[in-house]
Design a protein around this ligand. Sequence first.
Ligand code: MN
Length: 394
Amino acid sequence: MNKKSSGQKPPLRICHLADAHLGYRKYNRLTKGGLNQREVDVNFAFQESITRIIALKPALVLVAGDLFHAVRPSNATLAFAFREIRRLAEHSKAPVVIIAGNHETPRRIDSGSALQLLEEIPGVYVAKECKERFVFAEEGVAVQCIPHAALTQEPRVQVRADDRVPWNILVTHAQVDDSWVSDFGGVNFPLGSIVVHEWDYIALGHVHIFKQIGLNAAYSGATEHTSLNIWGEADRNKGFLEVALPGPKIKFHALTSPREVVVLERIDAGGLSPENLLSAIADRIATARGGIEGKIVRLELVRVDRESFKHLDHKQLRALRAPALHFALDIHYADRPEVVVLPVGRKRKLIEEVRELLQQFPLQHSSAGDVEGLILKYLRQLEGADEASDTHAP
Ligand SMILES: [Mn+2]
């Protein structure tokens, strides 16, 4: 019986989340229990999303990748994820489908995936490596999963919707266009490479802000501020999606627990005395609505004179910054080019950009070649960092 053509498709309500990045650590602020404060924040936000999803009573829950921040999460992170996913499956009674994102995908298949532990929970379905399709007859829905590793294969993975099932959903973790980049390491997967309209909904992970793509696809965004450049997403809420079919009608639920990120308006320090610069900083901090206590704050100072910065009252400056969980003071000195604008042209490799940048800087103590070698070394270390150790890369 083809329900699709008979027009009697039963309504379906789904919750879609992604990019929880459990195990993310940043800054050296610890909780009373000795845990990294940001790791605890990330757990809180995830817990809030699970509690709120349970309350919404969806028929299906989708986790579109990067549940874990690293290939080998700590034992504490694994135990926390296990408990929360089990709570979700038990209390919602909805099937929970999880796919692997780039952060939790090992480069070597024999490393195994941390996600396989979650497969042991009844009602939880995991696509770690290959494309996989889960059909839930009772809910009348087929969920086609394309985890990160399946997208890296050549030739490109092929997927088609199944007409015999009332609802067809696609879940993947990738960069579908270049309009917003939150994180590197994802595969470029233009939606033009699939038949977009045959899917009732396409649940995306990888971009850390809520973003609807066309009529039937969306990024839910991350559940906390875990992007490489958190300042660029400071004013965007973190949350998850409730998606109702037919439609899809997509509703964003903003979480209340993510820590606030504040980007203060930059200060032009050109010509300011040390005293005036300090009071300008104090004034700027006073503009933060609700203060800066416990928040993650950034303030840029431009055209700073090295001598007057040295004579700043640093004790007072420390006192001004102290209430924040983390206060990034980004200083651009007057005797350095503030921003180097590279010519716009074809897309190039990062190292090519670096090479060009180096040519524009007068280097005093080392050659451009040495610096380039060093940068290349660090880039490679960064690439291998997730996998190389049990500890977390900065
Ligand atoms: Mn991510």
